[in-house]
Design a protein around this ligand. Structure first.
Ligand code: AMP
Ligand code: MN
Ligand code: MN
Length: 345
């Protein structure tokens, strides 16, 4: 019987990692950071990279612009992350010979940390899967065919740590990263490669049900009440091809939920029969409007978002609009109708 045990299930293209490996192998202190309002991919990728580097003897520190949302805090159980506002952040950034930026390649998505990251003396490197970033980094590895930054960090882990089993907490962080960015392995970014990587993570000891529960099954009643209010106000247009929900300050107050609880709400209208584009509008306390968009295959919401200064991916994009609420909302809805070739008002 032939054994395939020695064949790595996920072929690793070591060539494209060469420069990044060179930089990381000669680094002593590395700060690892990501985008504002970190999601599962952002936090999972940051923590996994930090722990991988620590295993190789590098002093690595996670640095965040915003604190992790409650449901993702299990990924930083040891409280290693330094969050902007903490006086230690400046010290970490100025003492690092490398600053690694993951799951983002657009400078302004670093938020409050942007200027400090750009002014820090360390070498900037970037590992991401988003299109058209402007973040100045060298070397950088941008692979838009990767489901998530986590999928890329997994690949890096094989080169940095060799073929031995991944420590469980690294495997769990990467699993959470990939699971959240693929919507539980459902979105179009999910590939055979994604599943191969995930198979390896499960072999390293990850229990899918455990991570799923940690991330998604922690809702408080306030959150489901807000979801109820949002869904009760669901609106559709152009024969159901466009659907949107509104999270207003009033609805937040009525339900008692918080802004960060809205993560994932945009998924529900996607289940509508015949829907092409789904938009979630969220009214921020500042008066700005945070927009999340999702589209089915063949419809590009990245282009729609870029018309308003936003970005993201072809099927998942976002914008931070200046407001006011009604005008921003109408402007985007109008552009969406036009993009879908529907009638305009
Ligand atoms: P979200 O709807 O917040 O899950 O974001 C969907 C995608 O759009 C993510 O890949 C984000 O990186 C991207 N995105 C969200 N908000 C913005 C923004 N204001 N500017 C650029 N890209 C964004
Ligand atoms: Mn992200
Ligand atoms: Mn991502």
């Amino acid at each position: 019987m032939t054994s395939h045990a020695s064949l790595p299930a996920v072929p690793v293209d070591s060539l494209r990692w060469r420069e990044i490996l060179d930089v990381l192998r000669s680094a002593k202190r590395v700060a690892v950071t990501t985008h504002i309002h970190p999601d599962g991919d952002a936090l999972g990728s940051v923590m996994a990279l930090v722990w991988m580097l620590q295993l190789t003897g590098v002093e690595a520190v996670p640095v965040l612009t915003d604190p992790a949302p409650e449901n993702l805090r299990f990924l930083d159980a040891g409280g290693e992350a330094r969050v902007a506002g903490d006086p230690r952040v400046d010290a970490v950034l100025s003492a690092s010979d490398v600053i690694a930026v993951v799951d983002v390649s657009t400078s302004d998505r670093l938020g409050r940390l942007m200027n400090r990251v750009l002014a820090a003396p360390g070498r900037r490197i970037c590992i991401d899967h988003h299109t058209d970033g402007d973040f100045p980094a060298a070397p950088s590895l941008i692979d838009t065919s990767a489901s998530s930054a986590g999928e890329l960090i997994y690949e890096l882990s094989r080169l940095l740590l060799g073929d031995g089993p991944l420590p469980l907490r690294i495997a769990e962080a990467l699993y959470a990263a990939i699971m959240t960015d693929t919507g539980g392995f459902r979105y179009t970014n999910t590939t055979a490669r994604t599943h191969r990587v995930v198979a390896e993570l499960i072999e390293a000891g990850v229990k899918p049900e455990h991570i799923y529960r940690e991330v998604y099954h922690k809702a408080r009643p306030e959150v489901l009440r807000l979801l109820g209010l949002a869904l009760a106000g669901l609106q559709t247009d152009i024969q159901g091809r466009l659907a949107w929900i509104d999270i207003t300050q009033e609805r937040l107050a009525l339900s008692g939920a918080r802004q960060e609880d809205v993560d994932g709400f945009v998924e529900l209208p996607r289940t509508l029969l015949g829907v092409d584009v789904v938009i979630l509008f969220m009214e921020l306390q500042s008066g700005k409007v945070k927009v999340s968009m999702r589209s089915r295959e063949g419809v590009n919401v990245h282009d729609l978002a870029s018309q308003f200064g936003g970005g993201g991916h072809v099927h998942a994009a976002g914008i931070l609009m200046e407001g006011p609420w009604i005008a921003s909302r109408e402007a985007l809805l109008e552009a969406a109708r036009k993009a879908l070739g529907g009638r305009t008002a």
